[in-house]
Write a new protein. Structure first.
Length: 196
């Protein structure tokens, strides 16, 4: 059984969305973390992540942490869901590139933009936004007509940093398409800790 250790409004929310897209059975274990703004409790002893962060995924006794690793693991395990091109598929390379780029390049570019003066656009951030816009000009999804786990990862990151994104054009239209997905809507209802 898959168990996702999750804190509301965190990086693990996108993994709930991915699990909903995959349609696989899973259970949520809510844990506390310290948020970037200093709120929240932490570390939570129940969290198996070595650094007490989220996401942390247990697949029976197998622990997988870090967002890109969890997304790759889940999408590769889900037979028939179609969210990960298989080895040998022409889309496999671009798919893996996007997963790595989102975490390794785009996330840090957002961080650099948040630390830059308001009137001084950060070059790495500007270049990253342009790269996304170019990709979305070729199709509704990062892989053209093919929706993938990379779209979940990018969509969640864009939504988190929406206040930094262009107000019109390819990115807002992409976010609107993503928000209409039933799996996204189900994930948002599961994000918060259920009322007792």
């Amino acid at each position: 059984m898959l168990t996702l250790f999750h804190a509301p409004r965190s990086r693990s929310t996108r993994i709930i969305w991915l699990l909903e897209e995959l349609g696989v059975p899973y259970q949520l274990r809510y844990v506390t973390i310290r948020y970037r703004d200093g709120s929240g409790d932490g570390p939570d002893a129940a969290n198996p992540h070595p650094d007490k962060k989220v996401p942390a995924l247990l697949d029976d006794a197998i622990l997988v942490t870090e967002s890109a690793a969890v997304a790759t693991y889940l999408a590769d395990q889900a037979d028939g869901a179609g969210l990960a091109p298989w080895i040998g598929d022409r889309d496999r390379g671009p798919y893996l590139t996007w997963l790595s780029w989102i975490e390794g390049e785009f996330g840090p570019a957002i961080g650099a933009r948040l630390g830059a003066p308001e009137a001084d656009p950060e070059p790495a951030f500007t270049a990253a936004v342009a790269r996304i816009e170019r990709a979305l000009a070729e199709g509704p999804w990062l892989l053209g007509e093919r929706f993938s786990a990379a779209d979940v990862m990018l969509g969640a990151t864009l939504a988190w940093a929406q206040h930094l994104m262009p107000r019109d054009g390819a990115i807002p239209a992409y976010l609107a398409r993503l928000s209409q997905r039933p799996a996204f809507q189900r994930a948002m209802t599961r994000d918060a800790v259920p009322a007792a």
